[in-house]
Design a protein around this ligand. Structure first.
Ligand SMILES: *[C@@H]1O[C@H](CO)[C@@H](O)[C@H](O)[C@H]1NC(C)=O
Ligand SMILES: *[C@@H]1O[C@H](CO)[C@@H](O)[C@H](O)[C@H]1NC(C)=O
Length: 372
C-alpha cells in the first residue's frame, strides 16, 4: 500500500511537467506552419472568410427576357411590356480592345447585321503600363469584312516608370474617357443604342433585335451574360453583369461599372480567358488589371496553364469571390465540363473547325502562333 502511495505522486508530477514541453513543441511546429500558410495562402484565407468581412452589393432587379426562334418582333416587344417601333434604332458597339482577336472575330461576325458602327479603341500600353503590340491595327485585314462599319483609334498609353506603383485602374478609366471622344467622332447621336462591354462580353443577336425594335426599353440596362471560362466547354454561371446597353443621351459616359440596378436576363455570352494560344493566357495574366494575382513566376509556365485549362481550375490558384459560404463552397474546385454546344454564337458553330478550341473536347492549345 505505502509503496504504491509513494509512487503515485511521481507520475502526477511528471504528467504535470509533460504538457508544457509537449505544448511548446507543438507551438514551435504550428506557429511557423501557420505563418508560412498565411504567407502562401493569404488570399485564399481572406477569400474563404470573405462572407464575414464583406457585404454583397445591392442585388440587381432582373428584367425577364422572352425569346424563341421565329416569333414576330411585335409579339416579343409586347411580351416585355414594350411596343414595336416603326424604324429600328441604330446600334453602336464600343469596346476597348486588348488582344482577343478570336473573340473579336466571333463578336463582329455575330453582331454585324445589327450594328451601325463597331467602335474600337486600342492602346499601345497595357493597363499596367507595359508597352503593347497594336494587335488590331496589325491584324486589320482579318476584319476587312466589317471595314465600312469600323471606327478605330489608338490610345497613346504612358509607359509606367519601374518602381512607381501606378494604379492600373486609373489608366483604364483614362482610356474609357477617350472612348467618349471616339464615339462622338463615329457619329453617335441621341436615341441610338450604345453597347458598353469588353471584347469577350458578346450580347446575343436576339437581344440586339429587341434593343433595336422595341420602344419603351429602360434607358440603361446591364446585360446578364452566361459566363464561361477558357471555352464554351466550361459554363460557370450567370454572374457576368458588367456589359450594359444604353439609349444614348447627353449624359451618357463610357464605363464598365455598375450604372443601374436593372439587368436584362440571359442576354448573351461572356467567355473569359478564351484564347487559342498558351502565350495569350500568359499575356492576359500579366497585362490586365489583376496582374498582382500572379504571385509566383511558376504560375506562368505553359504546362501548368495547359493543365488548368483542361481541368477547369483557377489560373491564379484563387478561391471564388463569393459573399456567402453556401455559394463559395458550391463554386470551390474545378468547373464541371459541359458537352453542350447549343445556344452559342451562330458564327462559332458555322466555323466550328476554326474555333475547335472553344468547343467541347478542344482544351489542348498550341503554345503560340509560330509553333503551329
Ligand atoms: C419561320 O417563319 C417563316 C415566315 O414567317 C416561315 O416561312 C418558316 O416556315 C418559319 N420557320 C419555322 C422553323 O417555323
Ligand atoms: C504610344 O503612342 C504615343 C503616340 O503615338 C507615343 O508618343 C508613345 O511613345 C507610344 N508608346 C509606346 C510604348 O509605344
Amino acid at each position: 500500500m505505502f509503496p504504491l502511495r509513494g509512487t503515485v505522486p511521481r507520475p502526477r508530477l511528471n504528467s504535470r511537467r509533460k504538457p508544457p514541453t509537449f505544448l511548446c513543441m507543438l507551438l514551435l511546429l504550428l506557429v511557423p506552419i501557420c505563418l508560412i500558410g498565411i504567407f502562401i495562402h493569404g488570399q485564399k484565407i481572406s477569400y474563404f472568410f470573405r462572407p464575414l468581412w464583406d457585404n454583397p452589393p445591392v442585388p440587381f432587379t432582373s428584367i425577364p427576357h422572352y425569346y424563341a426562334e421565329n416569333v414576330s418582333m411585335d409579339h416579343l416587344c409586347h411580351l416585355h411590356g414594350w411596343s414595336l417601333r416603326p424604324q429600328p434604332r441604330r446600334i453602336f458597339d464600343a469596346i476597348i480592345f486588348s488582344h482577343e482577336l478570336d473573340m473579336l472575330d466571333i463578336r463582329w461576325h455575330e453582331l454585324y447585321p445589327y450594328v451601325t458602327k463597331f467602335v474600337i479603341l486600342e492602346s499601345n500600353t497595357t493597363f499596367t503600363g507595359i508597352p503593347k503590340h497594336l494587335f488590331f491595327a496589325s491584324n486589320h485585314e482579318r476584319f476587312s469584312f466589317a471595314k465600312q462599319k469600323i471606327a478605330h483609334d489608338i490610345y497613346p498609353g504612358r509607359v509606367a516608370v519601374p518602381g512607381s506603383n501606378e494604379d492600373p485602374f486609373v489608366l483604364e478609366s483614362k482610356q474609357r474617357g477617350s472612348m467618349n471622344a471616339l464615339l462622338t467622332h463615329a457619329g453617335i447621336s441621341n436615341g441610338d443604342i450604345l453597347l458598353m462591354s469588353d471584347t469577350d462580353e458578346i450580347p446575343s443577336p436576339h437581344t440586339l433585335k429587341l434593343l433595336q425594335w422595341c420602344d419603351g426599353i429602360p434607358p440603361i440596362m446591364h446585360l446578364e451574360l452566361r459566363h464561361y471560362m477558357y471555352s464554351f466547354e466550361f459554363p460557370v454561371d450567370y454572374s457576368s453583369w458588367r456589359a450594359s446597353a444604353h439609349v444614348y443621351g447627353p449624359r451618357t459616359l463610357y464605363r464598365h461599372s455598375r450604372q443601374t440596378n436593372l439587368i436584362f436576363s440571359d442576354a448573351g455570352w461572356h467567355c473569359s480567358f478564351c484564347f487559342r494560344y498558351i502565350e495569350e493566357f500568359v499575356f492576359k495574366m500579366t497585362a490586365y488589371s489583376h496582374a498582382d494575382r500572379v504571385r509566383r513566376k511558376s504560375f506562368l509556365t505553359h504546362s501548368r496553364i495547359q493543365n488548368i485549362i483542361c481541368k477547369g481550375d483557377d489560373l491564379f490558384d484563387m478561391l471564388p469571390e463569393e459573399y456567402s459560404f453556401r455559394e463559395l463552397i458550391k463554386k470551390m474546385g474545378s468547373i464541371p465540363l459541359s458537352a453542350s454546344a447549343v445556344h452559342l454564337p451562330a458564327y462559332l458553330i458555322e466555323n466550328a473547325h476554326k474555333f475547335k478550341f472553344l468547343l467541347p473536347g478542344g482544351c489542348l492549345r498550341p503554345p503560340d502562333q509560330t509553333n503551329l
